[in-house]
Write a protein that binds this ligand. Structure first.
Ligand code: NG6
Ligand code: CA
Length: 527
């Protein structure tokens, strides 16, 4: 940590103490003084695009609560998830390593075993060591149980509690994958032992109808895949039966997640806490609550953006009510770029109008182009640090682990963390340059490399469009691609043939990064 940062840290800690001395009883003061480290609430959204938020220029959809975070914090305009899909991005956020270093970290099946080694250094583990109570509420999608997968009717372990979280309330995989139940700590919520849950990703089990056999029962029809077991009128990926009393209600998922987050915040308000609120919105199936249905004019995809904004507002409101807003860092981001049709006929394309989920960036979710990994990132620091500013520093979500370690006094992290850099001064807005480079993982692995103004995509003999349906350019070409993203942010003009030296330099650098640490890169996952 630089001197400047340590000074800031002392500054925020002292200010918390001063603020808390006002209008409080001495008992309360003692409690608050003990709470010297700032809380961290990390709102991690799903598939929300760089252009989906009004603070980032969206005009067809309004996100006032998210925009307010930007007005009161720092908006990062050059921020990246490490991957263009969920599982690897989340793996990186939690481990501080690029996911492609570990085999099997592509989009996880709903019955995969835990992908994070319980011995690894993790973001929640680091914060736990710094004295934080740590919780995750919402989407997990990093596998549960040993390598044979989760024992749904038993103790489901290892999982978040074995890698550094004190509390977890999970959507085990995704909203479009079975089982459609919540898992609290080690157990399915509301599971009736006489009605056990069975899950199978290969063959149909039980007699529940499927989208393929009984399309007349569907309230939302699939457009790609998603034709296995029907739960709440929506057919999902994978087959399940049993656990009727435990099934979630799609229309109240956000309310449930907000409720559990509030409870976590309220019960930990007197000590430092870290809450990772990992929303289901705006992933498919997009089923907005009645409060938001039809409200955006853009169909369900727009409605769930409004619903997401509601979630943000509820969390900020809770922090305010608990007098914690001035002692809490709020981070808002997304796990990968946006997608319009991701497998259900929800009129996302028909009702899109002039809204641009990637704000014009090429590609989208799954892609090697910037549309796959460039995401919104807003950090609201207590005490107005950086308030209302825009940072163009190059930042990656992989750096949160080392940066929060520095912030909370843990210092240098163990050697198994090889990719996460301490970017605290960047996240604080003091350093406006950021990283020199980042690697971007598409659904076929880490082919893109960004350094300064240059973006390189390694040659790859793969499909031109995402093969299972979404109309998204993959960015795979058999020849190398080079873009000057300062002049050409939407990666339109491949200038590789004009700069052979640059191509070689960036290609060598990408290869060298891939050689660091582990070499066990994951297999291509074509779903
Ligand atoms: C794909 C699904 C898609 C989504 C994605 C994972 C089909 C046709 N498509 O396989 O709907 O679930 O996986 O998304 O099944 S992510 O955001 O969790 O990475
Ligand atoms: Ca995602």
């Amino acid at each position: 940590m630089t001197l400047k940062n340590s000074t800031f840290l002392v500054y925020i800690l002292t200010t918390f103490a001063i603020i808390s001395c006002k209008n409080k009883t001495s008992e309360e003061n003692t409690a608050t003084k003990k709470n010297q480290k700032p809380n961290i609430v990390f709102i991690y959204t799903d598939d929300l695009g760089y252009g989906d938020v009004s603070a980032y220029g969206a005009t067809e959809v309004k996100t006032p609560a998210i925009d307010k975070l930007a007005e009161e914090g720092i908006l990062f305009d050059n921020a990246y998830a490490t991957a263009a899909t969920c599982t690897p991005s989340r793996y990186s956020l939690l481990t501080g390593n690029y996911a492609w270093r570990k085999k099997g970290t592509g989009v996880a099946n709903g019955d995969a075993g835990l992908l994070i080694d319980t011995k690894s250094t993790t973001l929640p583990g680091v914060l736990q060591a710094a004295g934080y109570t740590t919780g995750i509420v919402g989407k997990w999608h990093l596998g549960l149980g040993d390598k044979t997968g989760p024992k749904w009717n038993d103790k489901i372990s290892p999982g978040p509690l074995e890698i550094g979280f004190d509390y977890s309330y999970l959507i085990p995989a995704t909203g479009d994958r079975v089982p459609c139940v919540f898992v609290e700590n080690h157990h399915i919520v509301n599971l009736d032992p006489n009605d056990p849950v069975t899950v199978n990703y290969q063959n149909k089990i039980g007699d529940w109808p499927t989208g393929k056999e009984n399309p007349e029962l569907l309230t939302m029809k699939p457009s790609q895949g998603h034709n296995n077991t029907i739960v709440n009128g929506v057919s999902r990926i994978g087959y399940m039966t049993g656990g009727k009393a435990a099934l979630w209600d799609d229309e109240t998922i956000p309310m449930e997640l907000v409720d559990k987050s509030k409870k976590f915040i309220n019960s930990n308000k007197d000590k430092p806490f870290f809450l990772l609120l990992s929303t289901h919105d705006i992933h498919v199936p997009r089923i907005a609550n009645k409060m938001f249905q039809g409200k955006s004019g853009l169909g369900p995809r727009g409605d769930v953006i409004l619903q997401l904004d509601w979630t943000v507002n509820e969390i900020v409101k809770t922090l305010k009510e608990q007098n914690l807003l001035d002692n809490t860092i709020i981070v808002f981001s997304s796990d990968n770029g946006p997608v319009i049709d991701d497998g259900y006929q929800d009129q996302a394309k028909e009702l899109l109008g002039t809204h641009k989920p990637t704000a014009g960036l090429r590609g989208g979710k799954y892609s090697a182009y910037n549309g796959g990994t460039k995401i919104p990132l807003i950090i609201r620091w207590p005490n107005g640090k950086g308030k209302g500013t825009v940072s163009n520093a190059l930042v990656s979500q992989v750096d949160f682990l080392s940066s929060f370690a520095a912030l909370t006094g843990v210092g240098k992290v163990k050697e198994d963390v090889i990719d996460s850099q301490n970017a605290l001064d960047v996240f604080l807005g003091d350093n406006r340059t950021g990283r020199t480079s980042i690697v971007q993982e598409s659904f076929m692995g880490p082919v893109s490399y960004l350094e300064g103004d240059w973006k390189f995509i390694a040659p790859l003999d793969g499909p031109k469009l995402v093969p299972w349906g979404p109309i998204i350019e993959t960015g795979f070409k058999t020849e190398p691609q080079l873009f000057n993203i300062k002049k050409d942010p939407n990666e339109q003009e491949n200038v590789a043939s004009n700069y052979p030296g640059k191509v070689k330099d960036l290609s060598d650098k990408l290869s060298n990064i891939k050689k660091d640490g582990f070499t066990n890169q994951h297999e291509v996952n074509l779903n």
